[in-house]
Design a protein around this ligand. Structure first.
Ligand SMILES: O=c1ccn([C@@H]2O[C@H](COP(=O)(O)O)[C@@H](O)[C@H]2O)c(=O)[nH]1
Length: 231
């Protein structure tokens, strides 16, 4: 079990690179996230390997489909022993309720189920292009409320929305925030960003951090610095 708030996004093109990082860290120093790249390349066996090493694994496949399909997919994720799994809140309340219900048989062993609100790579203009004519802040608020009504454990949002969601949705609701950039780090394709320290101060529960750690010359050193800054 870990106390770290950091979930490292293992977005590597090879298992060797990912495992070279994993061998340097412990389940106490970080949690791990497997997303679409590594899952598509290496599948459930790779996820099980990380779970077997004792890591809390967030399977970030952002399921977005009809209720029956999403329910079956989250149950399949639970079979892998992952700590957290997610769906898209824009799939709707009925879909999210079906996903929640599919995890009931797993009792205490069920993964935490959270929903993506508005991707941290999206600006207000990007959102408008999709036909949503409100600011990301407002759309995140709407989707997060829907997620809570559906009985899920929390949301993926940007840390810029954490303070507002924390005060509206309570202390127990998980706010998992990617788009985290230590001072001086390249934003890349992320639009709604924040530093690790500020994100925690604003009420984020967990920080998802990929490239600032995994692409660093000394990944372990960057992770340790972040953990230290949050202690
Ligand atoms: O809104 C979202 C949802 C998921 N992500 C994922 O988080 C990491 C972020 O990686 P960085 O390298 O730190 O940008 C990545 O795996 C995304 O798929 C997100 O960024 N935003």
């Amino acid at each position: 079990m870990t106390d770290s708030k950091v979930i490292v996004a293992l977005d590597y093109p090879t298992q060797e690179q990912a495992l070279a990082f994993v061998e340097q860290v412990t389940p106490e120093s970080c949690r791990l996230k497997i997303g679409k790249e590594m899952f598509t390349l290496f599948g459930p066996e790779f996820v099980k390997q990380l779970v077997a090493k004792g890591f809390d694994v967030f399977l970030d496949l952002k399921f977005h489909d009809i209720p029956n399909t999403v329910a079956k997919a989250v149950a399949a994720a639970a079979e892998l022993g992952v700590w957290m799994v997610n769906v898209h809140a824009s799939g709707g309340k009925v879909m999210m309720e079906a996903a929640k219900k599919a995890l009931e048989p797993y009792g205490d062993k069920a993964p935490k189920l959270i929903a993506v609100t508005v991707l941290t790579s999206m600006s207000a203009d990007d959102l408008r292009d999709t036909g949503i004519k409100v600011e990301p802040f407002e759309h995140v608020r709407r989707l997060a409320s829907l997620t809570q009504e559906a009985g899920l454990d929390g949301v993926v949002c940007s840390a810029r929305e954490s303070r507002m969601l924390r005060s509206r949705l309570g202390d127990e609701f998980l706010l998992v925030t990617p788009g985290i950039r230590p001072i001086g780090a390249d934003a890349g394709d992320q639009q709604r960003i924040m530093t690790p320290e500020k994100a925690i101060e604003q009420g984020s529960s967990y920080l998802v951090i990929g490239r600032p750690i995994t692409q660093a010359e000394q990944p372990l050193q960057v992770l340790e610095q972040i953990n230290h800054s949050l202690a």
